[in-house]
Design a protein around this ligand. Structure first.
Ligand code: UDX
Length: 430
């Protein structure tokens, strides 16, 4: 089949490369010329394991191409997938202008019978607007469907190649037949529902997972106050088959490009629908205040941040990505600087920039190695469970006869081991 993927972010590039690997002729399109120039050269403009290799392989096979031109990508496409960004405002309302603009650009070029699939995450109430926009600008008959994406950053290629399920949002038998055939090689369960339900599956899945994390974070708050250990609680709860202990480590809150945005959007939808007791809005508010609340707790344990040198390890929102969107470091570093600490950040891939208007901005620098960040620090704070941190021997940066703190904000280290290295251990929910 001929496929055009509009938008070359994590979802767009990965989807395009994986469809190409199944033998389809795929065009990836973006209006960002610099991004397309890099992709044409075989360079992925963000860090995602295994993606660049797959991209280059498919380019060499001449199945995968990139362009900024709709007239190149769309006219031959049997399927046009719209995977552009849908940023949300602080209120939770989404900015749908990129989707609208993609619909306007694609519509006049569609061939008869082409299927336009919305892959971007959009509230179900907007689907009619996108369908109408396409209709208004189209010159021929086309089909409309939605197919939400569930890939995770850091494992995007493997998640796309081996998805838990594929959700097809269409009630049209002809569309379902084509999309089922396209996805046969994935050998994953196919869930065929209405376009609206498909979008709700996405919002509800992400919000459920975000709430699962929020739940265990708040249980960890209670554990701290009552002398319990949240890891022991997770172990005991997880044996209940209905619960399980997977995907359930506590921290300073969830981050990234999806959970914060999708939960905020669902909260906004509930508000617009005048639903009382807005669980999603509450979850957003708790998650946003959590880093500051925890830093105040830590402050009491370390005896104040003023004058301390703190090594902050982990600037991305999770391991194996350089994405810093809504990463814990984004709130932790400004908080520490505000409270008089000197901060050295380190991350294997991500960069953290401090705004010059930030109080004590001069007291931040990013270290080139983990050793340099930690050397002589009064406190080491591990925010993200990068493998490099878990394998590092922290005894090499301990200073004899000085009390140094080790904040394990992901509960990834053995407290006894950290004590043997020479640090005072502080975890979450212990
Ligand atoms: C998520 C969804 O998992 C994916 O299905 C969707 O398509 C996009 O959003 P992603 O944001 O890449 O994927 O990362 P994920 O691994 O799910 O983690 C999200 C956030 O939750 C991160 O900040 C992570 O650190 C945090 N998290 C995750 C926890 O705090 N505890 C956990 O147990 C799991």
């Amino acid at each position: 089949m001929n496929i055009a993927v509009i938008g070359t972010g994590f979802v767009g590039v990965t989807t395009a490369a994986v469809y190409a690997s199944h033998g389809h002729a795929v065009y990836g399109l973006d209006i960002d010329e610099a991004k397309i120039a890099a992709l044409k050269e075989g360079t992925v403009p963000f860090f995602e394991p295994d993606l660049e290799e797959l991209l280059q392989e498919q380019q060499q096979e001449r199945r995968l191409h990139f362009t900024t031109s709709y007239t190149v990508a769309v006219p031959d496409a049997d399927i046009v997938m719209i995977a552009v960004g849908t940023p949300s405002k602080q209120s939770g309302e989404i900015n749908d202008s990129y989707v609208v603009s993609a619909c306007e650009s694609v519509a006049p070029l569609l061939k008869t019978g082409a299927i336009v699939v919305i892959k971007s995450t959009v509230p179900p109430v907007l689907l009619e607007k996108f369908r109408a926009t396409l209709q208004e600008h189209a010159q021929t008959e086309f089909y409309f469907a939605t197919m939400p994406e569930f890939l995770k950053e850091g494992t995007a290629v493997a998640d796309t190649q081996h998805p838990d399920r594929i959700v097809i949002g269409s009630t049209d038998a002809a569309v379902v037949e084509v999309l089922e055939k396209l996805h046969e090689p994935f050998a994953a369960p196919l869930v065929v529902v209405s376009p609206e339900s498909a979008q709700m599956i996405k919002y509800a899945s992400n919000s459920y997972l975000a709430q699962r994390i929020t739940f265990i974070n708040q249980i960890s708050d209670v554990c701290e106050k009552v002398g319990a250990d949240v890891d022991e609680v997770i172990g005991g709860m997880g044996l209940d088959k209905r619960i399980g202990s997977h995907y359930w480590y506590p921290g300073l809150g969830y981050g990234g490009s999806c959970f914060p945005k999708d939960v905020r959007e669902l909260g906004h939808m509930a508000e617009e629908l005048h639903l009382d007791h807005n669980l999603f809005a509450w979850t957003t508010s708790y998650n946003q205040t959590r880093p500051a609340l925890k830093l105040q707790d830590f402050e009491n344990q370390v005896g104040g941040w003023e004058g301390m040198t703190v090594a902050v390890l982990g600037l991305s929102f999770k391991p194996n990505t350089d994405d810093t969107r809504e990463a814990p470091a984004q709130s932790v570093i400004p908080f520490l600087l505000d409270h008089g600490a000197t901060v050295r950040g380190y991350d294997p891939k991500a960069k953290h920039a401090v705004s010059q208007t930030q109080k004590n901005a001069a007291h931040y620098r990013q270290s080139p190695t983990i050793e340099k960040a930690c050397q002589g620090a009064d406190c080491i704070m591990v925010l993200i469970e990068w493998p490099e941190f878990l394998q590092f021997d922290f005894s090499s940066v301990a200073v004899a006869e000085t009390e140094q703190f080790f904040i394990d904000a992901r509960n990834q280290f053995d407290p006894e081991q950290v004590g043997d290295w020479g640090f005072t251990y502080i975890g979450i929910g212990k």
